[in-house]
Design a protein around this ligand. Structure first.
Ligand code: AMP
Length: 420
């Protein structure tokens, strides 16, 4: 062991577990790729100001959780705590919204950083796959994203997740509701911090997890009862489209989420096997965000699903992913001449798309066969001196134990046919 350990709140992804993370990322990306979303990658850090304006000056993410630093050149940067602001910034910078059809549909996958108190399911470095549809106000687009996330989770075999859905209203009706909620909150017995939050961003008080606060919120006014006609109609259509797709959701009039940019549709995916960190993903519509970061009006909607928590959810449900074997064929050479012959065979197999590995380091037969078994390969190729003389390679089925001699020049074709 070295003297160094992974920093607090982080962990390393190591084989074989890491294969599940890759599979989860792939499963989330697949429905997006098949629905017109193009892949985007943005830097791991951005100007602090982008997140302050984009995510919200008063949010926990910006005030407490951001890894912000000053560069030697005097720039104020932050490791990205979420993806949406960066993706929108990049789309605006490249004028993607002017290039062709709206919405601009993008998906991404990457690392995010939040200085949070670490616990199971909550890390300081975590990974998300996300999707954003920029520049269109259409309830079908909100529905599409909810349906695609549902499809992604189901394709992984997840069952015990729920979709919570709400509308946060728009710039017409939210301010009226905000004032009503503020009036209500001012009459409660709240600590100073919470009262201050009630003045700056009262909706986020609804998200307070403490029981002492939740108890007092029982009679709080609900946004649902304050939605303007346009928001009501929009929300109703989202609900209908999602329902028609056979996707089940729950109306959650208290759902607000921790980022300020959301308008209208908001949703969260929660998994019941995860304890307190139950949100596996979330998203919603953010019609005002573009203008907040200096762009034109571009109504948009998106989500981000947490890869770490999705893996935990799979574990909680006992779902075993069907992962392709990392190695199909393992070559065991006995002697120098055999090394050269088998190494060439391994290279040829790989070129033909067969996953193959080799007993490196001059191992003896016993250690090499152990390595072959450990690799998970279905077949071993064993080559000794007598085999070379006879022009054959021993092909051993590691599942049945059956071994046959195959001509040196036939072995690649034989393996390809056996592996289908
Ligand atoms: P948010 O942007 O906070 O809604 O996050 C979207 C998703 O990312 C969440 O539902 C989680 O699955 C995941 N996530 C957010 N923060 C963390 C964290 N600190 N550790 C692990 N996953 C996280």
């Amino acid at each position: 062991m070295s003297t160094f350990k992974a920093p607090k709140g982080t962990y390393d992804l190591l084989p074989p577990d890491s294969a599940r993370y890759l599979a989860v990322r792939e499963a989330i990306a697949a429905p997006l790729r098949g629905s017109g979303y193009g892949y985007i990658e943005t830097p791991g850090f951005e100007s602090v100001e982008l997140f302050a304006r984009g995510v919200g000056e008063s949010t926990d993410i910006v005030t407490k959780e951001m890894y912000a630093f000053e560069t030697k050149g005097g720039d104020r940067l932050a490791l990205r705590p979420e993806g949406t602001a960066s993706v929108l910034r990049a789309a605006l910078e490249a004028n993607l919204h002017k290039a062709g059809n709206l919405p601009v549909k993008l998906w991404y996958s990457g690392s995010y950083y939040r200085y949070e108190r670490p616990q199971k399911g909550r890390y300081r470095h975590f990974s998300q796959v996300g999707a954003e549809a920029i520049g269109a106000e259409d309830p079908a687009l909100d529905a599409e994203l909810i349906i695609l996330a549902d499809q992604a989770y189901r394709s992984l075999g997840l069952r015990n997740f729920r979709i919570l859905l709400n509308s946060l209203g728009d710039k017409e009706c939210r301010p009226v509701y905000r004032a009503a909620l503020q009036d209500f909150l001012r009459g409660l017995d709240l600590d100073e911090d919470t009262l201050r939050r009630a003045e700056i961003n009262p909706l986020r008080v609804l998200d307070d997890k403490r029981e002492s606060v939740q108890k007092q919120l029982t009679g709080a006014p609900l946004l649902r009862d304050h939605l303007c006609d346009a928001c009501k109609a929009y929300h109703e259509e989202v609900r209908e489209l999602v329902t028609a797709a056979g996707v089940v959701f729950e109306d959650d009039p208290r759902l607000v989420r921790g980022l300020d940019y959301y308008t209208r549709t908001t949703f969260e995916f929660v998994h019941d096997g995860l304890g307190s960190q139950s949100a596996v993903g979330g998203g919603g519509r953010y019609d005002g965000l573009s203008e907040m970061i200096g762009g034109p009006a571009l109504p948009s909607v998106g989500w981000a699903l947490g890869v770490d928590r999705t893996v935990l959810a799979l574990e909680a449900e006992g779902v075993e992913l069907e992962l392709p074997a990392a190695t199909s064929v393992f070559a065991v050479p006995l002697g120098d001449e055999a090394r050269r012959v088998l190494f060439a065979k391994v290279t040829e197999l790989r070129k033909n798309g067969v996953a193959a590995d080799f007993a490196y380091g001059g191992k003896g037969l016993k250690a090499a066969m152990k390595a072959a078994n450990r690799s998970g390969a279905r077949y071993a190729l064993i080559l000794g001196e007598r085999d070379i003389e006879e022009g054959v390679i021993q092909l051993k089925d590691l599942e049945s134990g059956e071994q046959t001699a195959v001509g040196v020049n036939e072995v690649v074709a034989e393996l390809e046919s056996r592996l289908g």
